[in-house]
Design a protein around this ligand. Structure first.
Ligand code: NAD
Length: 436
């Protein structure tokens, strides 16, 4: 594959932007296509449109745009004659049924389909429910392009594995899975991915690749649910789940994960549903149960707030609760599927007056985010820590005590040692903290 190959990346989000910039840095001519004009303008001005800290990404976007190796467009026709087309659009679930939603995937394929040239490779990087390549992607592509997959066009599934905060690093350093159903597609995909992937590239078929990707995230969700269930049991039995975890992990081949106030992000809360969605004869139980254990944790946090306030002599109704952290992941501004929302709604249902602080996340409808912690906590009865941002590790508890009405901390992320906090006159409760 020559250095100056033309590549089209459809969908300029957390997956598409680093991919497009990294491919452009190898000398390819990359066009990024999106329906969001702000993202397109931002890239053409040499700025990454992604929020949060992404080491090296802004610099790479700026460099590749200024060398005219990377530009963005709203017009799918600008992807005409690309040798490689990478589809990186969102693949969510329908909130009410939890079935996969193929709206963006189908729209992206039908918009680029008519502009594809014979012999082109299409790679689907989006996460797919098993069976989607065969039942949705292939027919949509053949319909839109009027060409036949395997004869005129080549199609692979190469699901992304990256994590926000480490996008560029993961893109080149993590091993990849390429699902291909014919040798030409595999050969073309290997030539493309070897341009920027330094790790091993494993090949398999479409469906196995779909199962692998969704199973990776379902695995993580189940492990977190296990830690959360041990945390709930520890609370009831009066022991510290974090100490339990340390000791469990002294046993060979055990790797208990960290419990907490809930699971968020774009992928983990929905990919387990993508994995179970095509299973008809098998009735999956473990994976859906893990989802409901993890979904329960923000409600458990709200209940702990109520219990802690009661121990401090206040009813939750009319109490002011300062929620610390709105992003789902520490030290980022990423609020997708954040458990903070569920906890806040539950607190409001119980009559609490909720104020929210986050050093990075932005205000959303119904959730006003304050940047000044002292002002947020002024007059509050309780601090409820949802996100382990570094900013919360060295809280000035003495100073906060002077401005708060009651002195209650509910710790959803093991930020504090409860005994130290209790010694200084606070009421303390926490996920997995049974002894307070
Ligand atoms: N975010 C992650 O860390 C991550 C990691 C691994 C896999 N994934 C998977 O990768 C896929 C993309 O995730 P993301 O986080 O980049 O999503 P995202 O929401 O950040 O980006 C998707 C982009 O696609 C654009 N888009 C939607 N429909 C389009 C269309 N018809 N034509 C052109 N552009 C269109 C959107 O405007 C958006 O900019 C999903 O399937 C996700 O599950 C994400």
């Amino acid at each position: 594959m020559s250095a100056a190959v033309k590549v089209a990346v459809i969908g300029l989000g957390y997956v598409g932007v680093p991919l497009a910039a990294a491919v452009a840095a190898t000398g390819a001519n990359v066009v990024g296509i999106d329906i969001d004009s702000e993202k397109v303008e931002s890239i053409n001005a040499g700025r990454s449109p992604l929020r949060g800290r992404e080491p090296g990404l802004n610099e790479l976007v700026k460099a590749t745009v200024s060398k005219r190796k990377f530009h963005a467009s709203l017009d799918p026709a600008d992807g005409a004659n690309a040798e490689v087309v990478a589809i990186c659009v969102e693949t969510p679930i329908e909130p009410s049924t939890r079935d996969p939603s193929h709206k963006a995937l189908k729209a992206a394929i039908s918009s680029i389909g008519p502009h594809l040239k014979r012999g082109a490779l299409m790679t689907i990087e989006s996460t797919l429910a098993p069976g989607t390549m065969e039942s949705v992607v292939r027919p949509a592509l053949e319909r839109a392009s009027k060409m036949k997959v395997g004869r005129d066009l080549h199609l692979v599934h190469c699901p992304e594995r990256l994590t926000t905060g480490k996008l560029l690093h993961h893109l080149s350093e993590l091993p990849r899975i390429v699902g291909a159903n014919e040798p030409v597609a595999l050969r073309k995909a290997l030539a493309f991915y070897k341009r920027f992937v330094k790790a091993e590239i494993h090949s398999t078929d479409w469906t196995t690749a779909e199962v692998v990707k969704t199973a990776e995230n379902a695995y993580w969700d189940v492990q977190i649910a296990f830690a959360n269930e041990v945390a709930l049991i520890s609370e009831e039995l009066g022991v510290d789940a974090y100490r339990v975890r340390e000791l469990v992990n002294t046993c060979p081949f055990r790797m208990m994960l960290i419990p907490g106030a809930g699971v968020g992000g774009h992928c983990i809360p929905k990919d387990p549903w993508l994995l179970v969605s095509p299973a008809v004869q098998t009735k999956p139980e473990l994976i859906p149960t893990a989802r409901s254990v993890n979904d329960f944790m923000p409600r458990r946090m709200a209940r702990l707030v109520e219990e802690a306030l009661s121990a401090a002599g206040r009813k939750i109704k009319g109490s002011r609760v300062a929620v610390l952290g709105f992003a789902y992941r520490e030290n980022t501004d990423d609020t997708r599927n954040t458990p903070a929302k569920e906890m806040i709604q539950e607190l409001r249902r119980r009559g609490a007056d909720v104020v929210i602080h986050d050093p990075h996340a932005r205000t959303e409808r119904g959730y006003t985010i304050n940047r000044d912690l002292r002002i947020t906590a002024r007059g509050a009865d309780c601090l409820a820590i949802v996100t382990a941002h570094d900013a919360y590790r060295n809280l000035d508890l003495k100073g906060l005590k002077r401005t708060m009405r009651r002195h209650v901390i509910v710790d959803g992320r093991n930020v504090f040692s409860g005994s130290d906090v209790v010694k200084t006159g606070w009421v303390y409760r926490g996920i997995g903290k049974g002894q307070f």
